[in-house]
Design a protein around this ligand. Structure first.
Ligand code: BG6
Ligand code: MG
Length: 218
């Protein structure tokens, strides 16, 4: 194991809930409809545009390209507003120690998030310098569940996929890591049964446990 590729929302910080809250607000304001809880998993890990497609599909609505772009922009504004007070205290339990243990061991760290807000969030969390590479989701051909962003992060670290582990909290993200030919660590419930190894919460993660998972599944 030479590198660890982190998802951001729901792995490093508890921002996944803010994404769905912003979608809910948008749908209430524009369509007077409520999104059911089940839709949250379907929008997790997938790009802003793909999330909006999932939501419009659910509502059985079709909109013009202009309206689509305006809705995506409005969701992002609402989401970014909720990030205003984000600070290092919002790093999920165990993650700060995990990052420093990996760094001490000389592992390379990459960010493989679908979010275009990744750099701002890392900055607010005080983690801007913790990562050796941040893969740019705007520059990959296909979003999660395709492997592109994980492959881009490994390439930016000069590592082979087989030498990397990916950490994810979403169904689409675990699928992406597996498709990249990496060992996948799922953080969450039974929906992540396709992960090489699954942990219930970030506080269950440790460098030895992840190294052991890589050894067992490589
Ligand atoms: C992922 C989230 O990390 O980023 C998704 O899990 C979100 O819910 C995606 O849609 C894109 O984020 P952003 O910040 O670019 O809209
Ligand atoms: Mg996530």
């Amino acid at each position: 194991m030479k590198g660890v590729l982190f998802d951001l929302d729901g792995v490093i910080a508890d921002t996944a809930v803010f994404h769905f809250a912003a979608w809910r607000k948008l749908v209430r304001d524009h369509f007077r409809a409520e999104l059911p809880d089940e839709l949250e998993e379907k929008t997790k890990g997938v790009s802003r545009e793909d999330s909006l497609k999932v939501i419009l599909d659910y509502l059985q609505l079709s909109v013009s390209d202009e309206e689509f772009a305006a809705l995506a922009a409005e969701k992002n504004e609402a989401y970014v507003e909720t990030l205003e007070d984000l600070k290092p205290a919002h790093i999920l339990p165990g993650i700060a120690d995990l990052i420093s243990d990996f760094k001490q061991a000389g592992l390379k760290l990459g960010l493989a998030s679908a979010s275009k807000n990744g750099p701002i969030i890392l900055d607010k969390l005080g983690l801007a310098d913790a990562f050796d590479a941040i893969a740019d989701p705007a520059k990959v051909a296909q979003g999660k569940p395709a492997p592109d962003i994980f492959l881009a992060a490994a390439a930016a670290l000069n590592l082979q996929p087989a030498d990397c582990v990916g950490l994810e909290d979403s169904v689409a993200g675990v699928t992406a890591i597996n498709a990249a030919g990496m060992v996948s660590i799922g953080i969450g419930g039974a929906e992540l049964a396709h992960a090489s190894e699954r942990f219930e919460s970030t506080s269950d993660l440790s460098y030895p446990a992840i190294e052991a998972a890589w050894q067992a599944n490589r």
